[in-house]
Design a protein around this ligand. Structure first.
Ligand code: AMP
Ligand code: FE
Ligand code: FE
Ligand code: ZN
Length: 290
């Protein structure tokens, strides 16, 4: 009995539709999955329906782009109430920032005499939460770059000529936002940040867990984060961070988190709901088999 708690669809920078992604989860016999699109929950209703039809438990979630002490940190929110007023308002604001950033990046590319049209990016992205991967794909599609890697290396990586900094909420604000929407806050892929020293600050801000299992974590990294989780009494999560196909096969299936992790999350979110009086949304725990 396994879970994958980090997945993206084409509602952010993944390539699968919610139904295609749910299809993989069903085929791989996952017991539970969470959809963690960047700064949006737009894909959750469709993913929930497709998972429910295939007997897979679904956790509505999102991966928020945040900043702490000058570092970009991704904060996962699980069991979020998609109808929460503040969450809805703030996600809409983050999405507007993302769209404005696309205009700025395309403008910079045009100044570099790369004739990419902003319409090409938005047509390809076709979602409320566009990002750099969509710009990269549009550059490849328009034959202005040979590959996605080239697009990032030449133009889009931090410090490269078409890179534009993005407004981000603080990690502490993100934790509070997630909590007031009934959710649990979990630090995504800490091994990619190289900033373990920030973890105590995040724990002090009320963070609930860390993602120990991740496609890009080595065995020793996973071990280190399991120890850190133990030390700070943090919940343990994990997922593939699947954005679609990778090296000829879907990334989903590469990371299988023990289902006990989901049970611990659920216990914590229930306890929090009772303590805080914040009601869990009806659909926060879809297709739960108790
Ligand atoms: P954004 O949120 O617009 O800054 O884009 C960040 C996303 O771009 C990440 O979630 C990754 O999916 C993707 N990404 C970041 N760096 C690279 C890279 N070097 N090559 C390919 N994809 C990348
Ligand atoms: Fe991404
Ligand atoms: Fe991330
Ligand atoms: Zn992700």
């Amino acid at each position: 009995m396994f879970a994958d708690l980090h997945l993206h669809t084409n509602f952010s920078d993944g390539t699968y539709t919610p139904e295609e992604l749910a299809g993989h989860a069903i085929r791989l016999r996952f017991k539970a999955v969470a959809l963690t699109d960047h700064d949006t929950m737009e894909g959750c209703p469709r993913m929930a329906a497709a998972c429910q039809a295939g007997g897979v438990e679904f956790i509505p979630a999102s991966e928020l782009t945040t900043e702490h002490a000058g570092h970009e940190l991704h904060m996962l929110g699980y069991f979020l109430d998609a109808k929460n007023e503040k969450l809805t308002t703030d996600l809409a604001r983050f999405q507007e920032v993302r769209r404005n950033r696309i205009y700025e990046m395309v403008e910079k590319l045009n100044q570099l005499r790369i004739p990419l049209k902003v319409e090409a990016v938005f047509k390809l992205a076709n979602c409320d939460s566009p990002g750099r991967p969509h710009v990269a794909r549009a550059l490849v599609q328009e034959r202005l770059c040979g590959s996605l890697d080239e697009a990032f290396e030449r133009f889009l990586k931090k410090g490269k000529p078409a890179w534009v900094p993005k407004f981000k909420i603080s990690s502490a604000e993100a934790i509070a936002l997630i909590h007031q929407a009934g959710g649990l806050a979990v630090l995504a892929h800490p091994g990619l940040n190289h900033t373990d020293e920030v973890i105590p600050d995040l724990v002090a801000a009320g963070m609930d867990g860390i993602e120990c299992f991740h496609t890009k974590h080595s065995t020793s990294m996973t071990q280190r984060y399991l120890e850190i989780a133990d030390k700070h009494r943090l919940l343990v999560t994990g997922g593939s961070d699947c954005h679609g196909m990778s090296k000829g096969k879907p990334l989903i299936g590469g990371i299988k988190v023990p289902y006990e992790c989901v049970e611990r999350l659920r216990e914590r979110v229930m306890k929090r709901a009772v303590e805080s009086g914040v009601m869990l949304a009806d659909d926060a725990i879809v297709n739960r088999k108790s």
